[in-house]
Design a protein. Sequence first.
Length: 450
Amino acid sequence: MSLRSHQLRCIGSGERIAPETVSSDFRDPASGELYEVEYPWSESRGDAAATNKPNASALRHLWAERRDSTLPIDQSGVWRYRDLLPILNDDAHAITLREGNTPLYDLPRNAKALGLDFLLAKHQGMNPTGSFKDTGMTAALSVAAERGYQWVACASTGNTSAAMAAYAARAGLRAIVFIPEGKIAWGKLSQSMDYGAVTVQLKTDFDGCVKMLTDMVKKNPIYLLNSVNPYRLEGQKTPAIEICEQLDWQVPDHVIVPGGNLANGSALGKGFGELKHLGFIDRIPKISVIQAEGANPLFQWFTNAEKMLHPVTADTRATAIRIGNPASWRKAARIIEATGGWCEQASESEIALAKAQIGAEGIGCEPASAVTLAGLKKLLKSGHVQTGERVVLLLTGHTLKDPEYTIDFHKDLLATDIPEAAPFRKPPIVLEPNESAVMRALEAEMAVKV
Ligand code: F0G
């Protein structure tokens, strides 16, 4: 078997299939379970994996060298690591917008306020279309293009659709997007139109959009690019590699991610797991997932220790994660349990405050990303994070994705019931063009203590 070949392994039965034979909804027809990509060197291959392992120190060196290359696939922060995601028959088929390569910022003020020595934010909102979805989309859409599909599609709360539309445009493929009417941020809606996708606003929620699309792909030659597509996760595992590389191959203790459809936490877990299996790192960070209180089926599953997930009718202003029936919940639950992480929820007020606190460090993110800081506070309180731990928050979307939310916060229209939020509010001040009026406003501002 060549290093390039891969199979799809059902996460329920463990049964392996050839990639070309997978059903159009990416589910095992018998069990309804999802697949994951398995390589000859994957840990799940048991003894076979030992003889096929790529060499960690050679790869570290190669990846560092590629930083100086002018080749688009070397400049991509996903394809630079292509040795660990050999999913294309020919690397020249990669569709890239130079995704990845996102900054790992420190958050000194938030760290101090929480009594932490080490708090970092991996800002995936600094990707080409402003969210972490680009890392997964470059991978899965390249597979679609290589396999000769003309049409790609997704159901989305806005970021997947923005990413898919952009990569489809680059590849010259036709794209169709299903989004819940009136329930996504304008910035995201505008992107899918800008990149030329057929944008369908369905009069239902995200979960209704998924149902409709799943039925459609079974009857038409349309390639499904939701995160049930296991190639999405191959791209989304690369920030785990990038974080380790940025920390000079030191491993953080805890990585905290927002949870919506619940693919991302498991993608990062797969990334860290593969790095450990191949000898790049000697341990895996705990991975915790934070949901919004109004869209919290995994949190409920976790705290009730039930074996079945009960879908909820989702409602949150963090529209990116307004998902009541998450497709990848089993994958996420498995990674949280395997790494010793935890699942928490954050209220609307806690999300709003956390977003303002991240913004006040000059970074900014969309509300769905801010659940990570809100969740961290709770994990510290409950003892699931210790103050000595090195924590990384995954910021998944750019602050400009949802400016309406930010403006509503500052104008105090979000009904935030946390007094600590008040000093962070900076509504626009309307004044006469008169210097003394401006000076009075500045004096009032000087009196505010943050
Ligand atoms: N953060 C942002 C900004 C998102 O857009 C999403 C998901 C998540 C977090 C949650 O990630 O689904 O892997 O648990 N957005 C999807 C979309 C569902 O359609 O854009 P997840």
